[in-house]
Design a protein around this ligand. Structure first.
Ligand SMILES: Cc1ncc(COP(=O)(O)O)c(C=O)c1O
Length: 427
């Protein structure tokens, strides 16, 4: 792309965008008549609880059916958040206190945080230049106490699930995919959330589709599903009307027989049940997911095509370029000293760029530093230097958010700003 030398906005020049590009909230931006209609149905029915009520509830059940179909799993379970989905998912895998779970060093606090909240031990492994778990570092981190691996599909890019599953199976480890940031992403033509034993999705407001708060657990294993259901509902398994007496009249219970028959004894649980209002919102949003992904992926690819050969940066590695959600464009500066100025200059041009997690691996977060599990169980020291490759990559990692509403002109503006900034600030 030809560029003429223009003064950078950060130095007082004219910004590429007179008004900054919209950023974040892909699903929330598209809340409209479909969501309104389904939410009003819940109110009109006066049936806000998923299992029974004044009238027969149906929204969470429909969400589960459609989400499972879309992700290609046998079952899906609506829960209250992505964090709840991880917590319920860990229980579904039967992770116990003291068990080790391998987690990438680049992720949101909820990934290792739920492991720790489960009294299990997060063990950190490096990411590679895809900003997802480096399969080559997994075996270095396996010990006799390792029980599971939690790959995280960050900002619309899937981890290398074929290799990760092969390693997991070889070592008899379970896999829980953290899909919170990447609903609709695929890897080698298979949706994320269907690769591992369990998938955990978030419907929080800044995710690709949203119910404000909410989450979904996916699995194709009936026993794991039952364990997830029981843990999220006081230990009960209401599906198939197998094990619980309720005060509800029978004719308001809905069709719960489409779920697998119970096989486990009851055990104490918590409550992470999704309500019908969130279910209605989530159902309308999940129906929009393929369209949202199409639009963001198109924008992502249009920008990527226009920045080939950009000096001073390397594109984030995409293990499967066809499967990306397109919710962000990832770049790695060639020199970590340039990352801060690069982001600042792009933002001044009106481009929603961010230094990924401020360049800090998740184990530097105070809550993890303060985690004190049973004596002798913590095998890693959560301090800088633990995952040096991740630290070096994060020092260079920049994300530019992409919204489903970007048109050709918006994409051209992002590319233009990148050329403008890169040719002046990075060379
Ligand atoms: C990687 C990752 N895991 C888990 C979560 C937790 O999701 P929620 O905010 O719905 O609890 C998030 C959300 O920000 C996330 O980014």
């Amino acid at each position: 792309m030809a560029t003429k030398i223009e003064r950078l906005a950060v130095d007082g020049g004219e910004p590429v965008r007179a008004t900054p590009l919209e950023t974040g909230y892909p699903g929330a931006r598209l809340i409209g008549d479909e969501e309104r209609e389904l939410v009003l149905e819940v109110l009109d029915k006066r049936a806000p609880f998923r299992f029974y009520g004044v009238n027969e509830p149906d929204k969470v059940t429909a969400l589960e059916r459609e989400a499972a179909h879309m992700m290609g799993t046998a079952y899906a379970l609506g829960v209250t958040s992505g964090t709840a989905a991880l917590k319920v998912g860990l229980k579904a895998l039967d992770i116990a206190p003291g068990d080790e779970v391998i987690v990438p060093a680049l992720t949101f606090i909820a990934s290792p945080g739920t492991v720790a909240a489960h009294q299990a031990i997060p063990v950190f492994a490096d990411v590679n230049e895809s900003l997802t778990l480096d399969p080559h570092d997994i075996e270095n981190r396996i010990t006799s106490r390792t029980r599971a691996i939690m790959p995280v599909h960050t900002s619309g890019v899937a981890a290398e699930m074929d290799t990760i599953m092969e390693i997991a199976r070889r070592h008899d480890l379970r896999v829980i995919e953290d899909c919170a940031q990447s609903a609709g992403t695929a890897y080698k033509h298979k949706a994320i959330g269907a690769w591992g034993d369990v998938g955990a999705f978030s419907l929080q407001v800044n995710k690709i589709v949203t119910a404000g708060e909410g989450g979904i657990v996916t699995t194709s294993d009936p026993v794991m599903f039952e364990r997830a259901v029981r843990y999220h509902d006081h230990g009960n398994y209401r599906f198939g009307r197998m094990t619980i007496e309720t005060s509800a009249p029978d004719d308001t219970m809905g069709d719960l027989t489409a779920y697998p028959p119970g096989q486990l004894d009851a055990f104490p649980g918590e409550v992470y049940r999704m309500g019908e209002l969130a279910g209605a919102l989530a159902l309308a949003q999940v129906r929009k997911l393929p369209g949202i992904i199409d639009r963001m992926r198109q924008a992502h690819n249009a920008i990527a095509a226009q920045i080939q050969g950009l000096p001073g940066v390397t594109p984030r590695h995409l293990p499967d370029p066809d499967g990306v959600a397109g919710v962000s464009l990832g770049l790695l500066t060639d020199d970590p000293a340039h990352t801060g100025p690069f982001v600042k200059a792009l933002r001044a041009e009106g481009i929603p760029a961010r230094h990924v997690y401020g360049g800090k691996p998740v184990y530097t977060i105070e809550s993890l530093q303060n985690y004190r599990p049973a004596a002798g169980t913590l095998t890693q020291h959560y301090a800088p230097g633990l995952c040096p490759r991740t630290e070096a990559i994060m020092a260079r990692a920049v994300n530019i958010a992409i919204a489903p509403g970007y048109d050709e002109a918006d994409c051209a503006d992002v590319a233009q700003a990148l050329w403008k900034v890169a040719t002046q600030a990075l060379v």
